[in-house]
Design a binder for this molecule. Structure first.
Ligand code: URA
Length: 318
């Protein structure tokens, strides 16, 4: 790919954001480093210039950073009692990148301490640039008080061309430490559900959360936190445009549908989010709590299996 004066400003800004982020993360060797950054900034400034510059070299996939660890959130499932008032729904009609909310506080100095892989590069540079710019913005977000105690912003990971998007409620301790969604014990079960139940590599779906920063003590995200983060989630959904959304657990399902966390009967049926078919599955940490031992399989496991078969049928028919 060659960048030139016809490259849109949005695409250039997205690349600039990504290259700056690479520098912050010490990953600038991946996309061409400071030289590529300087060249793109110059090109952006001289939007009408006729000279072209080589694009940074894309890597094929995100680097693997840290090993998995074992803890799962203590409670975050359909059977969880409501600990707070009804969450603010993630608006289903927002545009891809609405205006930033006024930050309630700036992020603390330790807002990012872990090395996080960038989303996979896809063949659509405009989509890639928009996602990269949004992600860079999210990394700096001080839109709610969750920014104060986070170690990482857990943006999400997977294919930007995913047919299926999994959305959990929020990062737990392991995810906060590693900067990746669903990496603890319940994350490994979610990976099994995707890879064994849906026969799909985890890297082919996109996995994220309603809120991108860890709620302390694994409490539910509060309505104002859901609201503050909603523009990022909504933009992720708009840009990825999955065929199916899977809400992982009732808390995520209720947040997306604008219902109280206690709302019963969400799983086992189809819902819609912004016109996209949506299924709510049991949270893997709930499935793990139901099991007597590692070999045990419960009704909840069997129901989840059925749910993901429905998801695959929907994807194949869409
Ligand atoms: N639970 C969630 O809802 N999200 C994660 O990323 C991990 C555990």
């Amino acid at each position: 790919m060659t960048l030139n004066h016809q490259t849109s400003d949005a695409a250039l800004q997205g690349l600039i954001a990504r290259l700056e982020m690479d520098q912050d993360l010490g990953l600038d060797y991946i996309h061409g480093g400071p030289a590529a950054l300087d060249a793109i900034i110059r090109l952006s400034a001289e939007a009408k210039a006729t000279a072209s510059v080589p694009a940074p070299t894309h890597r094929a996939s995100a680097p693997h950073i840290a090993p998995e660890s074992d803890s799962a959130p203590a409670q975050s499932v359909l059977d969880k009692p409501a600990a707070h008032p009804q969450p603010a729904p993630v608006p289903a009609t927002a545009s891809a990148a609405p205006a930033s909310p006024t930050p309630v506080r700036p992020p603390s100095g330790r807002f990012r301490t872990t090395l996080v892989p960038l989303p996979e590069v896809v063949a659509n540079p405009a989509k890639e640039a928009s996602i990269a710019a949004l992600r860079a913005e999210c990394m700096e977000c001080g839109g709610c008080e969750l920014c104060e105690r986070r170690s990482s912003v857990v943006w999400g990971e997977g294919s930007l061309d995913a047919d299926v998007m999994f959305i959990g409620e929020g990062p737990g301790r392991d995810e906060d430490r590693e900067g990746r969604p669903f990496v603890g014990r319940s994350g490994r079960l979610l990976t099994d559900i995707i890879e064994k139940g849906m026969k799909t590599p985890r890297g082919q779906v996109f996995i994220t959360n309603v809120v991108k920063c860890r709620p302390p003590g694994n409490r539910d995200p509060r309505p104002e936190e859901v609201e503050a983060c909603s523009r990022f989630l909504r933009a992720q959904i708009d840009l990825i445009a999955p065929k199916v959304i899977v809400a992982v657990g009732g808390v995520a399902g209720c947040a997306l549908l604008g219902l109280s966390p206690r709302s019963p009967g969400l799983r086992g049926k189809w819902h819609q989010y912004a016109g996209i078919p949506m299924r709510v599955i049991f949270h893997p940490s709930y499935l793990l709590r139901q099991r007597k031992d590692d070999a045990d399989r419960t009704d909840a496991d069997r129901q989840t299996w059925k749910d993901v078969q429905e998801v695959m049928t929907q994807v194949q028919g869409a």
